[in-house]
Each structure stands twice: as C-alpha cells, then as structure tokens.
Design a protein around this ligand. Structure first.
Ligand SMILES: [Zn+2]
Length: 301
C-alpha cells in the first residue's frame, strides 16, 4: 500500500512543502531549502522571524533585560527618589503623607507604562512572516480531466494528522493570518471520466485548489504535533518555530468525489479494460506526469 510521501523541503516564498531535491512549481524565483540541515533551517527561521539580532532583541524585550530597558528603569527609579526627597525636604510635616501617595501613584503608572511598551515591542518584533506569493505552476502542455475518483490498489489512508481515510489531502497552516505551511499529497488514485477513460494519478506531491476557508476552531493537538514533527526538533523550536501555527485549513479527496485534474499526461493502452465494455469502446489510460493540480468543486465533505 502506498504511503504518504515525505516532503522534507520547503519553499521560502510560498511555504510549499516539497519532495527531496525538488524545486518549487513556481520556478527558480522561489528558493527552496532543506530545514533538516542547519543552514536551511536558519534560512527559513530568518525569513519567518528575522535575523538572529532581531530575534535576540525580541527575547530581551520580552524579558525586559535589554540595555535600554535597564536605563529606562533606572531613570524611573531616580525620578521617583528625587521627587520623594525634594518633596519631603520642602514640605516636611503634614504634606509628607500626600507626597508619598503621589510617589506611589507615579511608580505604579511608570510600571504599567513600561509593561505596555514592552508588550507593544514584543508584538511588533515577534510577528511571524508567512508566504508572500501564491504558488503558480507551469501550465505548459497540461490537460484538464474531469471525472470521479476511483480507488486503485489502496483503500485510502488516514492523513498524517489523523481523520478519515482519503486518497489525497491538503493542509494549510496559518499564524496570525500569515500562511506558514502548504502541504498537499496523494497516495495515488484513478479518475474515471464520463466516457470511460482513466487518468492515473501516482502517489506523491500534488496541489489542491482552491484553498478551503480557514477552520474557525483552534488547531488540534494532532495537527500541531504533525507540523512540529515536520521540521522542528523539540530542543531547537523554542520561541521561534519554523512553522508557527494558530489556525489551519484542510482539504480531502475521497473515492466517489468528482474532481478536475490538471496535469501533463502520457497516454498508454489500458490493459485492465474489459473487452466489450460499452464504456471502454476506446479504452485509454492516461498517466499524470509531474505534480498534478487537483481542483475540488467546493465540497469539503
Ligand atoms: Zn514556492
């Protein structure tokens, strides 16, 4: 039985998960890296989160221990002490209580302002950057085949992140509305056209269109685990995971579903066609070459 393909590479531009040694369908303008190797992983982390210096500053801001934070704290404390001393010196007596009250209010406000500034800085610095460009394929020499999905030598498989059996799945992952992963794969299936012809789709990577709406629910733990297991070793993900995730969308292709396949094809005689079958008067078997595009007709079933 076919297994899900491993997709160890990723396009830095459209965040498409790619096969081993494979380039992005969009062409040379989209650079792909192998996050399993340290250089590729750092390239991707920089694209998502910024340079090491930017990340270090973000961490310092989050902890409140950057030099400017210390200076700010020192100035606030100095101002408070100065105010308290001056007030006490000038108005020693009944006014001391009032002055101390003012000092207390000032100290609390300063603390609040500092926390507010810090939260703002963290928010700005830690915003992940997602895909900047949709994946566009090369449409030269492709045909469009519309038909019904048939099982071949597999009963379908449950997707790597769980759920009912499918012959193909698409997973799109988002963090703060930025697309951070697009992963589509198939275990292989046939498409039976209305005139009886067969289009064979081999196991491997595919593209699924259109991207379904984002699931309004929080991402489940199985999707999170699958995404983390792709590239993030537990010890190095930390605060800057290569694939940040807070929302996702899923597409499924199942037997009996009507779909459109857009792919370059190769014709072969269909050795399995039953002679005399009225649907197979001119049986031909077409095999999709390269990365097929599976167009779903808006049914998310
Ligand atoms: Zn790309």
């Amino acid at each position: 039985m076919s297994r899900w393909p491993t997709l160890p590479r990723m396009c830095l531009t459209c965040r498409t998960a790619l096969g081993d040694a494979e380039g992005c369908d969009a062409g040379a303008g989209h650079e792909a890296v192998s996050p399993a190797d340290p250089l590729g992983s750092e390239r991707l982390r920089q694209v998502v989160w910024g340079s090491p210096a930017v990340r270090r500053r973000a961490v310092e801001h989050a902890r409140g221990d950057s030099p400017s934070e210390w200076l700010a704290s020192l100035m606030v404390v100095a101002a408070i002490v100065l105010t308290a001393a001056t007030t006490t010196f000038l108005y020693a007596g009944p006014l001391i209580a009032g002055a101390l009250g003012v000092v207390l209010v000032a100290a609390v406000s300063a603390g609040k302002a500092r926390r507010w500034l810090r939260a703002g800085a963290k928010q700005r610095l830690l915003q992940p950057r997602g895909a900047v460009d949709g994946q566009a394929g090369n449409d030269a020499g492709v045909v469009r085949v519309v038909g019904e999905v048939e099982l071949r030598d597999t009963r379908g498989r449950t997707p790597p992140f769980g759920g009912a059996d499918v012959v193909a799945y698409g997973l799109w992952v988002y963090a703060r509305d930025e697309l951070t992963l697009s992963e589509c794969a198939t275990v292989g299936f046939d498409v039976r056209t209305d005139n009886g012809d067969l289009l064979r789709v081999a196991p491997g990577r595919c593209r699924i269109e259109p991207v379904p709406p984002i699931d309004p629910d929080e991402v489940g733990s199985r999707v999170r685990r699958h995404v983390a297991a792709r590239y993030d070793r537990e010890d190095d993900a930390g605060e800057f995971p290569l694939i940040p995730v807070d929302r996702h969308a899923v597409a499924a292709v199942r037997p009996g579903q009507r779909i459109e396949v857009v792919a370059a094809v190769e014709s072969r005689p269909d050795a399995t066609a039953a002679p005399g079958d009225y649907r197979s008067a001119h049986p031909s078997l077409q095999v999709a070459i390269g990365v097929p595009v599976l167009r779903l007709h808006h049914s998310r079933a």
